[in-house]
Every structure is written in C-alpha cells, then in structure tokens.
Design a protein. Structure first.
Length: 261
C-alpha cells in the first residue's frame, strides 16, 4: 500500500483553509482562494493572522496546524497548513442559561429575544467601550454585527449575528445558543421579569377607552410598570413565538399561551 505523501510546504507563507461559514468574513480578494496564502513574520500568533484576515476569533472553533490541534497563541511557521474551523453549535457559554447584551443597531432583535423570555440587555445610547464593560461585568454575551467590536481584546465573549433582518438574526441566535424560552414573561421595553397578572380595575386609569372596553386580561412589568394585553399586534408576536418554539424543538412547539412569571 502506498504511503500518504506529505504535503509540500510553502516557504513563502502559511496556507489557511476556511470553511464556507467563515469565508464571508474574508476580504473579497481571498474569498475565492482555497486555501488562503498569507505571509508570516515568525512572531505573530495564529490568532492575529486569522483576525488580520477579517475573521473574529469569537467565530472560530478549533484550529489545527499540520493536523495537530493548536491554540490562537501558536506562532505559525512558513509552510504550515492550517485548518480554521467555525465555532461549534450549539455554543454553551457559562453561566447558563446564556444572557445577552446587544449593540445599538440590534434593537428589534432585542425586543424579539425579550418577547421569548431571554434575558437581553439593550440600550440605544451605549458606546463600544460601555458595551464591553457591561458584557464583562454581567457575564453577558455581546451580540453585534460589528467585527471590530468583537476583536476587542478585553471582551470576555461575543458573537457575530448573521442575518439581514430581525427574523433571520433571531433564528441565528437561537440556533447558536439554544437559550431556554419563556415567552410572554419578560418586559420587551426594560427587560424586567416576570410579568405578573393584574386586575383590570388596578390598571384601568392607564388604559385607553377602547382597550378598557375590549380587553379584560392584563399583565404588568415589575420594573417600569408597563401594562400588557393581547391586542391587534398579538398575532404577529404569536407567530414569532411559535416559530421560535419550533426552531428550538421545545415540547408543545407551536402552542402559544400566556404564561405567568
């Protein structure tokens, strides 16, 4: 039986193999190149080389050089063949269940995650430094589409959100982290939980005349005091909940019911 022949080494640089999931991060000139050939200086780490090509390390799983597992601190040598694998899904960060903080551009996604009962911090007035500080202090996964933000060395954990619209972004987050769902239990405005049932008479002064006339069941946020009821918009929200339940394969998927906290 013929012995496998060793791959020829490239004395001019390193050859990096990227899977399809990571290729969109690469510069346009490299996306059709397989493997990607880059020069090395003998001092830069593999993690630096990968990020210099536009791929945040938050999106990278295993790294292998010449068939052996290595870490991002490995210094590649000229001629190395490197395999860059995507982060394994589902990802299970600690603590569990995962909690998130979202950058200022993901407000619609934040509301959908809160609708599903997922602990999601969001403000539209925080800069990048404040987001990293909050993520680190509260051990929240920072969700963003800003690759530069994900490359901040001080960030404990982040994730790039795929999808051009909130529905696609929600599907990506649910697929990657599989957070447990508790729909209708969290305030979509301030993130407080649990929403609690209240008597109509207790909140009647806060309601418009039409709402008082046509609705009888209400819940209220323990944080900001916002009152919730099943209004004209509820069908759209129920579709979001039903789709999320099917995606996460929860028992009773597709059944939409109000839940007490």
């Amino acid at each position: 039986m013929d012995k496998p022949q060793p791959r020829p080494r490239d004395p001019a640089g390193v050859l990096l193999a990227f899977p399809a999931e990571l290729r969109p991060f690469l510069p346009a000139r490299h996306r059709g190149e397989e493997p990607v050939r880059v020069g090395v200086d003998g001092t830069s780490s593999l993690g630096h080389v990968v990020e210099a090509l536009g791929v945040p390390l938050t999106e990278v799983g295993a790294l292998r050089a010449e068939g052996l597992g290595v870490g991002p601190g490995y210094r590649p040598r000229p001629g190395d063949h490197v395999e860059v694998r995507p982060v394994r899904r589902p990802q299970r960060p600690r603590p569990q269940p995962p909690r998130f903080v979202l950058d200022v551009h993901l407000g619609a996604l934040a509301r959908q995650l809160r609708l599903l009962g997922v602990d999601t911090a969001y403000r539209n007035d925080l800069d990048d430094a404040a987001l990293v500080t909050q993520a680190n202090a509260e051990r929240r996964v920072l969700l963003t589409r800003d690759r530069g933000l994900l490359r901040r060395r001080s960030l404990w954990l982040g994730a790039y959100v795929r999808g051009a619209d909130p529905d696609g972004q929600l599907a990506d987050v649910l697929d990657r982290f599989e957070p447990p769902l508790a729909p209708w239990t969290r305030c979509t405005v301030c993130n407080a939980a649990p929403l609690t049932e209240v008597r109509k008479s207790d909140v009647a002064p806060l309601l418009a005349p039409g709402t008082r006339r046509t609705h009888d069941s209400f819940t209220r946020c323990p944080g900001c005091g916002r009152v919730y009821w099943r209004g004209a918009h509820s069908r759209r929200l129920e579709r979001i909940v039903a789709t999320a339940r099917r995606r996460t394969a929860e028992p009773g998927a597709g059944a939409v019911v109000a839940r007490e906290g």
